[in-house]
Design a protein around this ligand. Structure first.
Ligand SMILES: [Zn+2]
Length: 254
């Protein structure tokens, strides 16, 4: 406590306007000279403001209420000890107030964290939905393509059984992949190749399947290429410019 003769809970008490008498004077005079403690008091005020902002529209979740009750029990159990070890005998009301303030702070912070979590989850859901809508629109465009092509891919000899479909329009330069390959070994990815009638295989998408789920995705490919076949190879994670790994799926364009 050298240099900062202030108890942790005093910041919360002062922010609540519940610190009185000598202790309040002590805190005020210390804070006026100590930027670090002034900062801590500002933070305590910020937490309470946050609580005021956050609390009205949000019903605390059962989880938070449960944690609060637990915290109350812990605080209640801890009070006799902290009362003994404090520099002076602290009046019970002050201890109870301090506990209440700490609870408020805990509540504010956990609600803030929960709100942030909800916001993030909402953001993720929204962007997933947008991506899904975008894909639906592109699927609809692809399905209407006059040169729509469906190519079946089968597992190559010596590889686990799997199958996939490539739906594409070379006019639009657009491709949809749907396949049931199992997850890759660590640090590897699958890569789909468009093998043209002439020239080098063209990267048509890199993917890492989730166990037990079909991989379904769309990608752009160079428009106007005449494809001979499609193939999937196992490559270093993230894909490579030219196929290097073993072929796991392949199918000719009929
Ligand atoms: Zn200080």
């Amino acid at each position: 406590m050298t240099g900062h003769p202030i108890r942790e809970e005093d910041f919360e008490l002062r922010a609540l306007g519940a610190l009185e008498g000598l202790e309040r004077e002590e805190l005020e005079s210390h804070v006026s000279e100590c930027p670090a403690c002034a900062q801590r008091l500002a933070e305590a005020r910020g937490r309470l403001t946050l609580l005021a902002l956050v609390a009205p529209p949000t019903e605390p979740s059962a989880e938070i209420l449960h944690r609060l009750r637990q915290r109350i029990r812990e605080e209640a159990a801890a009070v006799p000890l902290s009362a003994q070890s404090s520099r002076w005998a602290i009046p019970w009301t002050a201890v109870a107030m301090a506990a209440a303030c700490m609870l408020l702070a805990v509540l504010a912070v956990s609600m803030w964290a929960q709100n942030r979590r909800l916001d993030r989850q909402l953001g993720v859901l929204r962007s997933q939905q947008q991506a899904q809508e975008r894909q639906n629109r592109e699927m609809a465009k692809l399905a209407a393509a006059p040169d729509l092509m469906i190519v079946s891919l089968a597992s190559s000899p010596g590889t686990p059984k799997a199958e996939a479909r490539v739906v594409c329009s070379m006019q639009m330069g657009m491709l949809y992949y749907d396949g049931d390959l199992q997850p890759t070994p660590p640090k590897q990815s699958y890569q789909l190749w468009l093998i043209p009638m002439q020239g080098e295989p063209i990267n048509a998408g890199v993917f890492n399947p989730v166990a037990g789920e079909n991989s379904r995705w769309m990608s752009k490919i160079p428009a106007g290429v005449a494809p001979k076949s499609f193939a999937v190879t196992l490559e270093p994670a993230g894909g490579v410019p030219h196929p290097t790994g073993p072929q796991v799926l392949a199918g000719p364009v009929s």
